[in-house]
Design a protein around this ligand. Structure first.
Ligand SMILES: [Cu+2]
Length: 466
């Protein structure tokens, strides 16, 4: 059994939930709760069969107790406060103090009993997404079980038959409950710990929120227009790096519970999709990728050899998903000379700022007034300046001298001399230009007029494009 003391030593600040009565505590395992949004070290199993524990990005693993050979867990569905990144907190619903809830780790063949206590203001259920289990344990409110009323505890029990990557989430008032952040990760390790072994095994969920600047609670009826795209309910620069030792076999497991797909892209290394919703992909059926699309409701396990030291970006490739709430729906001002107008407007609005005439890159560094509890659209400082990212962005840090099992942030990569892009200060040859324009083998029937665009020099009183 995982003693409380062992768990506290292993996984940081864990508090006993206070609201379960003493009588109930005798029958129900303690509901551990986590208040920190920091990545907790892997929970090395003290009981049951051995496995290589995963690391939950900005999250933690739920401890269990062994009772007559059954692994017992206690999940508490409840309102939580989640720090999305330093400077912004959200009022979400989650499990055991956090959104997402804690990761559940079991071994293929384990008999699992899950107590689910509902401390929400409405009923809920939990669906064990992807599992093979008796139909009555599938957690679809109304279809396979009665809803769990507010204040009640239900029990789920089944054998974890298939090793792989899974999720859990309510199948009750889904639009609201998932829009409020109710979800968690589940890993069933193979019976043989040498099978599918990785040196580092990271897990996180993709979730999205629509939280109006200056407010705390997501708009739950939003269908597509979300403004925060998160890894485990965190946005850059609030997402911890994934730290690896050079030469490690690294696995990253991703589950998507947002309303859109996310092409997840890794820099500097090719990976293979080693696992999908349905289990492990045979070696002979994998192909190399640097981006893989994770569709709604899917899980993907990617694997690569961390061969090259450095700070390698890992992010969603949809540009709006690496941007925070203030960045969407901004008018394009590129090429618009605002200088004449700005003087007039600032007589009416003293704080008026001229922005975006030459793109929006300066937003990464600009100190501009924001509503309370709101993150800049893109932010985060790297060793060379502003990183100009938000949302679904983090860094895989590969280091030669990172110790096995050490996940501590080693700081920025120290580039060897002569290996960083640099400014050219010599003379430049004329850039070659294509002379074949209009010379296609199949010219347009009508011919084309000279469609050159003339840009007037700013300051002539007429502004911009013609
Ligand atoms: Cu995305």
């Amino acid at each position: 059994m995982v003693s409380r003391r062992n768990f506290i030593r292993g996984a940081g600040a864990v508090l006993a939930a206070g609201a379960v009565s003493r009588v109930a505590l005798a029958a129900v395992p303690e509901a551990a709760t986590q208040t920190s949004a920091k990545t907790q070290p892997p929970l090395v199993p003290q009981t049951g069969r051995p496995y290589n524990a995963v690391v939950t990005l900005n999250g933690w693993t739920l401890p269990w107790r062994m009772k007559n050979g059954i692994k017992e867990f206690h999940l508490v569905a409840e309102p939580v406060v989640r720090e999305i990144a330093p400077g912004m907190k959200a009022h979400l619903w989650g499990y055991n103090g956090q959104s997402p809830g804690p990761t559940i780790e079991v071994v293929e063949g384990d008999r699992v009993r899950l107590f689910v206590t509902n401390r929400l203001p409405e009923h809920t259920t939990i669906h064990w997404h992807g599992q093979r289990l008796p139909n009555g344990m599938d957690g679809v409110g109304g279809l396979t079980q009665p809803q769990i009323p507010a204040g009640k505890t239900y029990v789920y029990e089944f054998v974890a038959k298939r090793p792989g990557t899974f999720m859990y989430h309510p199948h009750a008032d889904e639009m609201v409950q998932m829009g409020m952040g109710m979800m968690g990760f589940w890993v069933t390790h193979p019976r043989d710990p040498k099978l599918m072994r990785a040196d580092r095994d990271f897990v996180f969920l993709l979730s999205n929120y629509d939280i109006e600047p200056g407010s705390y609670t997501p708009k739950v009826s939003t269908m597509l227009d979300f403004n925060l795209f998160t890894f485990n309910s965190r946005v850059f620069p609030g997402i911890d790096p994934m730290v690896c030792r050079q030469g490690d076999r690294v696995r990253i497991r991703i589950g998507n519970l947002t309303m859109t797909s996310h092409p997840i892209h890794l820099h500097g290394h090719e990976f293979e999709v080693a696992g999908t919703d349905g289990g492990w992909v045979p070696k002979s059926a994998r192909w190399p990728e640097v981006t893989t699309n994770v569709a709604v409701g899917q899980m993907r396990a990617i694997e690569f050899d961390a061969t090259d030291p450095g700070d390698w970006a890992l992010h969603c490739h949809k540009a709006h998903h690496v941007m925070n709430a203030m960045g969407h729906d901004v008018p394009t001002m590129i090429g618009v000379d605002q200088r004449g107008v700005a003087d007039k407007i600032s007589k009416l609005i003293p704080d008026y700022m001229v922005m975006g005439s030459a793109g929006m890159a300066d937003m990464g560094e600009m100190e501009m007034p924001l509503p309370d509890n709101t993150l800049p659209m893109m932010t985060g400082q790297g060793p060379f300046g502003a990183v100009e990212m938000g949302g679904m962005f983090t860094v895989v840090k590969v280091r030669k001298d990172q110790k096995p099992g050490d996940y501590r942030d080693p700081g920025w990569y120290q580039h060897p001399a002569g290996t960083v892009a640099y400014e050219w200060k010599g003379t430049l040859p004329e850039p070659p230009r294509s002379k074949s324009a209009g010379g296609q083998s199949m010219p347009a029937a009508q011919g084309t007029k000279n469609a050159e665009v003339r840009v007037r020099k700013p300051g002539n009183g007429h502004g911009g494009h013609r």
